[in-house]
Design a protein around this ligand. Structure first.
Ligand code: G1P
Length: 346
């Protein structure tokens, strides 16, 4: 089995943090999102991984090759135009030889492991593929599946329906037994430019065509999932990763401070006179003095003093000083607050 990870998108909803790096490289806990995904794929004994790259592709390639080249066999495919998830997967299926494929989105983490999902799928030899789902309150924002009555087999699936007939959202893990069939259908859709929801080539539409042609697709539960597409979901993903670490990661000097687990504090940081945690992730070489920080992601080489913040994301090389409660700052900014006046003198 090979794995396909689409990770070409621009991550616009996560700006300013994605202004100079792909979404997949944003940190959750102690590592970038993509590292958590690749680790879980390896745990499922899959080491052939096709990554669809696009925006800031070199940074993503460099990171993966540096960290994983001994463990994984990567194929990087560039999606030059953003034509949608179906198009991204189509480009990848051209590099498969009909073998089974696990497709998992480059910005999502799941409570259930791929290994457990695959084990569940293997029990269903009568299924041609399986998708993970979860009940949601806003099905209009997702691809949804309508199962057959009292069954885990899908009757119909629709991408971002205006009037949803089900609240079962597709959470973004797909296992396909014969990738040749999916490839052929995606090829038809791409060649006829049959665009779907949002004006894009949709993977959901291709899978719906599979169902129409008599193939059986089933559903399994992904557990809670974190699609790290905006600030709040990124912070929730950070919390999920930190709470799943066995112990807090503290690789730096901590002086006269209280650490409330779980936290991840990388090497080269200097923390003094502060209260850090819970759910705080701090990248390397950052200095924090007199800070009260909870539920936040702090980048590398930043200097933070006299702040009391929660639910914040601060980039790399940022300087923040002052009475501040919530922040969302990209890389290389300087913010100082005094007497209620904000200055941002980059
Ligand atoms: C994609 C899929 C959609 C799925 C969602 C899960 O949508 O097309 O079916 O429900 O991922 O996050 P996107 O998030 O790219 O709009």
């Amino acid at each position: 089995m090979k794995c396909i990870i689409p990770a070409a998108g621009k991550g616009t909803r996560l700006q300013p943090h994605t202004l100079n790096k792909p979404k997949a490289l944003l940190r959750l806990g102690n590592r970038p999102i993509i590292a958590h995904i690749v680790d879980r794929v390896l745990e499922a004994n899959i080491s052939d991984i096709i990554i669809i790259v696009g925006y800031e592709k070199e940074k993503l390639k460099d990171y993966l090759l540096k960290q994983y080249s001994e463990k994984c066999n990567f194929t990087f495919i560039e999606q030059k135009e953003r034509r949608g998830l179906g198009h991204a997967v189509y480009l990848a299926t051209e590099h498969l030889d009909g073998e089974p494929a696990l497709i998992t989105l480059g910005d999502s983490l799941y409570e259930n492991s791929y290994l457990s999902m695959l084990q569940e799928y293997q029990k269903r030899s009568d299924w041609d593929g399986v998708l993970t789902v979860r009940d949601v309150v806003n099905p209009q924002s997702y691809g949804i599946v309508i199962p057959k009555p009292n069954s885990s087999v899908i009757k119909e699936m629709v991408e971002k329906p205006q009037t949803p007939l089900s609240n079962k959202a597709i959470t973004g893990v797909y296992m396909i037994r014969n990738s040749k069939i999916l490839q052929k259908i995606l090829q038809e859709i791409v060649e006829t430019n049959s665009i779907g929801a949002g004006g894009e080539i949709q993977l959901t539409d291709a899978l719906q065509r599979m169902i129409k042609r008599g193939f059986t697709l089933g559903i399994i539960d992904s557990g809670v999932w974190f699609d790290c597409g905006n600030k709040d979901s990124l912070l929730k993903g950070n919390q999920f990763v930190l709470s799943s670490l066995q112990d807090s990661v503290i690789r730096s000097e901590i002086n006269n401070s209280v650490i409330i687990p779980p936290v991840a504090i990388e090497k080269g940081c200097f923390i003094s006179d502060s209260i850090i945690g819970p759910n705080v992730s701090i990248a390397q070489d950052t200095t924090i003095t007199r800070g009260i920080i909870s539920s936040s992601i702090i980048g590398s080489s930043s200097v933070i003093a006299n702040v009391n913040i929660e639910n914040s994301i601060i980039g790399n090389g940022v300087s923040v000083k002052g009475e501040i409660r919530e922040l969302n700052i990209g890389d290389n900014r300087k913010i100082q607050v005094s007497n209620g006046i904000d200055t941002d003198d980059e």
